[in-house]
Design a protein around this ligand. Structure first.
Ligand code: NDP
Length: 295
């Protein structure tokens, strides 16, 4: 049986705490220099439970590092025009350094229109085409939170990346595609030879099996199984799902896109879910907000 059994965890909680402690020190300096702390505003439309949890953890993280945060809630019936007006207001509010509009939005609102309306200088999620374009060109800007959080995680644990074959499964604009760009750039972490796989990829297991570094952002619970992973691989699991589990008091458990129990023993490094990529996404948002406050 192929097993290394000595896998190490890419622990997003631990890494996030280390980075957040540096952010807290920098926050104190910003406060001293400007007389006010970095300020993140978050817009939450509707009552989606997952979105409420994500926004809640972002607001809490702001408090922990000494940022000011403002949560702006709007009902699911909010119109696109009302939301655009709110975005405009935040763009012009000089007390707000950066803001996010939590996705997904209700179906009647065009997410692309909202994303495009956010001033690139306040787009701390890094979703605006101007920030994505700057990332492509290696220019300063705001990097998308999840891929940048993964880069920070690999850096923290000094995972070697140069010359490695990195397979990214998923090509969304906010995770898979920017992730592939960051892993291929001439930097550390980076300098990988990158393959992007998606739902039209033929023989996915043959591709994932070639990965020295496998980054999975598919959105399907336990999709990546042990037979799809090479011995000694580094596996980063972006997925986060609630699956029913009658043995748990709360009736569900959290899992990722990777079948952790079976895959982990084959890995050199692997992210847990929860406690891997999730905390790093939030940390990355804090880094972008700090950058906005300093600019
Ligand atoms: P999307 O649904 O936007 O993208 C999913 C991608 O996976 C698509 O490119 C799709 O291909 C591809 N895909 C779907 N099925 C398959 C398959 N059978 N084989 C190969 N590729 C497939 O998701 P996101 O990128 O936004 O998010 C992915 C996951 O990560 C979700 O579970 C999400 O909840 C989670 N997430 C977690 C975050 C965190 O902080 N932990 C942050 C952001 C997301 P195609 O393009 O062909 O449709």
């Amino acid at each position: 049986m192929e097993t290394s059994t000595t896998y190490r965890l890419l622990d997003g909680t631990e890494c996030g705490m280390a980075v957040r402690s540096r952010i807290a020190s920098a926050t104190a300096e910003v406060l001293k220099a400007r007389g006010r702390a970095p300020h993140l505003a978050a817009v939450l439309v509707g009552e989606d439970p997952a979105s409420q949890t994500y926004v809640g953890s972002k607001v809490k993280a702001c408090e922990e590092v000494g940022f000011r945060s403002t949560l702006l809630r709007r009902p699911a019936t909010t119109t696109e025009e009302d939301l655009l007006a709110l975005v405009d207001q935040l763009n012009n509010d000089s007390t707000v350094d950066g803001f996010i509009v939590q996705l997904p939005l209700p179906k009647h609102i065009n997410e692309e229109r909202i994303t495009l309306a956010i001033a690139p200088g306040k787009d701390v999620d890094g979703f605006h085409p101007q920030n994505l374009g700057r990332m492509m060109l290696g220019l300063p800007g705001y990097l998308p939170a999840t891929p940048n959080g993964i880069v920070e995680l690999l850096r923290h644990y000094e995972v070697p990346t140069e010359g490695k074959h990195c397979v990214v499964v998923g090509r969304s604009n906010i995770v898979g595609t920017p992730m592939a760009i960051l892993m291929s750039r001439n930097a550390y972490p980076g300098n990988c030879t990158v393959t992007i796989a998606h739902s039209r990829t033929r023989d996915l297991p043959a591709i994932t099996h070639q990965a020295d570094i496998l980054i999975v952002a598919i959105g399907k619970p336990n999709f990546i199984t042990a037979d799809m992973v090479k011995e000694g691989a580094v596996v980063v699991d972006v997925g986060i799902h609630r699956v029913e589990d009658a043995s748990r008091k709360r009736g569900y458990r959290i899992c990722g896109d990777v079948e952790f129990e079976r895959v982990a023993p084959k890995c050199a490094w692997i992210t847990p879910v929860p406690g891997g990529v999730g905390p790093m996404t939030v940390t990355s948002l804090l880094l972008n907000t700090l950058k906005a406050a300093r600019s």
